[in-house]
Design a protein around this ligand. Structure first.
Ligand code: FES
Length: 165
């Protein structure tokens, strides 16, 4: 028996076969990654952060007349003098910068192009085309919940945008 006969008995993996298996494995991995990303994208956003329902805290934690920055939810919670709540999205309605509340000025003052908003989010100056958007607020068992998945645009403030405690 010759050495050539021994070699021909071994299974041969051609370059084409190897590349075919490699492509199949790569496709499987990428498909799995894509499925994971899609699943995370389409699953309902849960509580805790921007895009979902945020528990802002207990009603009694917010003094009347105060404005509280909720960084995780990207909103300001204004507890009005009558005790009701208004949640304002921090996003400037001009070009989308994050708008800080400047306590010394008693207003929101956008650092990008100078838009000014009062505590109700109404435009007081600058290029902003409309009031700050707001989020629906609900109160359950003495807790304030803000639905940051549904920003609402408006042309002016109306008391119906607030939630009574
Ligand atoms: S983005 Fe706020 S004033 Fe332009």
């Amino acid at each position: 028996m010759s050495a050539d006969n021994t070699k021909s008995a071994k299974p041969q993996i051609t370059r084409r076969d190897f590349l075919g298996v490699a492509w199949a494995a790569l496709t499987l991995v990428l498909g799995g990654e894509l499925a994971g990303v899609l699943f995370r994208y389409i699953q309902p956003v849960s509580t805790g952060g921007f895009g979902g329902v945020v528990n802002a805290g207990k009603v009694d934690d917010f003094q009347r007349g105060s404005i509280t920055n909720n960084q995780a939810g990207r909103f300001y919670l204004y507890r009005m003098e009558d005790g009701s709540f208004l949640a304002l999205w921090q996003k400037c309605t001009h070009l989308g910068c994050s708008v800080p509340y400047v306590e010394a000025e008693n207003q929101f003052h956008c650092p990008c192009h100078g838009s000014l908003y009062n505590q109700l989010g109404e435009v007081q100056g600058g290029p902003a085309p409309r009031p700050m958007d707001f989020f629906p607020v609900t109160i359950t068992d003495g807790q304030v919940f803000v639905d940051t998945g549904n920003p609402i645009t408006r042309t002016k403030f109306d008391p119906s945008q607030t939630t009574k405690a």
